[in-house]
Design a binder for this molecule. Sequence first.
Ligand code: SF4
Length: 567
Amino acid sequence: MSEAVERERLDVDLLFVGAGSATLAAVIRLADLCKEQGVEMPATLVIEKAEEIGGHQLSGAMMDARAIDELFDDPVKEGMPFEAKCDYDAVYFLTSKRAIKLPITPPPMANHGNYAISLSDFVKWLAEQAEAREIEIYPGFPAAEPILEGDRVVGVRIQDRGVDKDGKPKGVFEAGPEIYAKCVIFGEGSRGSCTKSLVDRFDLGGYNPQAYETGIKEIWKVKPENHRLGRVLHTMGWPHDPTTFGGGWLYDLKDDQISLGFVTGLDYDNPYTDPHDNMQRFKTHPLISKILEGGECIKYGAKTMPVGGYFSIPKLYMNGAMLVGDSAGTCNGERLKGVHMALKSGMLAAETLLQAIQKDDFSAETLSSYESAWNESWAAKEHYKSRNFHASFKFTFKMPRWMGWARQLPWLANGQALAIPTGGRGLFKQVKAHPDHTHMKKLSQLSAKERKKAEKVAYDGKLTFDKVTAVALAGSRHEVDQPHHLKVADTDLCATTCAEEYGNPCENFCPADVYEMIPDDGDESKKHLVIHHENCVHCKTCDIADPYAQITWTTPEGGDGPDYANM
Ligand code: SF4
């Protein structure tokens, strides 16, 4: 119906899609540069799909202050919200019962002096700083698709409101306006839907495809005696097996609260892998359960992060558009940090925008200076130091099973140990990677031990929770009578080929119980897919992990989604 209706048209000079760290840093930097240089600030608009600014922002988050210290003279004096400054960090290797503390914290995981923040609060504060510079920000405005004229991006169409589940307008129908701009800056976060279509359309992909992890985060209120402000713990090992990438974190926050999380690399091979279940299991480890004992889980969230690193960064510009932050894959997976990189990418984009404004030229040629500036920046150098870190994990898959955890040695050697003396290179100059979803094995290829992963941890409702409870803690809300925003290309394939080959892994990888295979008229041998789109927490895991790559995440009605306020 998007074709048939008449739409309002808005025109601005610069349009920023997504109000996150990268886009807000960009508008703040641009406003400051224009003021310094006596250039008139162009008409600028930031749009955001969440109902409230910060409402869809989720991260650990342990922030390196390098970029924010460049953006503001004294961010803390200017009111930057933060929870704690790290003064103690440790990394543990977990077995199912034991926690072995590494004798030294590997330098990439060192966090002394870094800030524990709520990304949602931080972004809200950045938005206030932008508004103080007279930047307009519209929440509840989800970009449905980019608008192109030839090979040029000229704007975005906003998602319609008031369409029923069959695609027909309801009484409250509002056609999403089209917003046109001289330049559109996409900062939609990880696996942004407009960004994905532009990367495909203009073939912007890097040397490697982007790689992702799904992070599950919970906020716990714990007993004061179990709390230690300034503490930062990271874990590797259990409950993952050697072929699954990822690990856990625990950061203490104010008011006896704790940020607890577990990440699962989406290049896993076992179709029974369940990022939510991994998180629940992680909490049962004695290292974690004794800290949580007597406490209460008060919030839940899930989000993917792009961790492919240096060789997965796409081309950052095209005619009339640029990519910033997680949409550009700037997150540093080795350090488990993305906020400082996102801020820096936004600031560099702003510097290029100033040149483009002065020339009134937003062609790819002019915007290419953003990519050159990125490549010269400390942020790109930080990425370069760990350029083969994630891709080297594929060596683990190639080692024989009997080697157990020793299978990770080639990865650790090439991705970390050799990377330090060789300036990030390791033995191999550029390790080639493949899309995450291509790593999944078929059920017929699983060993008896691997099949055991189908068993979920027991959910006791105190320490461990099922997905339905998790969705409630995420505050996710969607209008039920609207078209599914999860587009599954061929649901027959789910019921037949996928059921047989992979056992419908969507039921495992989605942390919000969105996908459910339901028996046809009670016949367990024949099932069909039901999509509970109203549960979705916008993590984008399904768009990445589906082995047939046939799920496309799109934006629902404006304002719908999780509520990550204070997360
Ligand atoms: Fe995440 Fe997809 Fe599930 Fe939504 S449907 S919660 S995006 S995996």
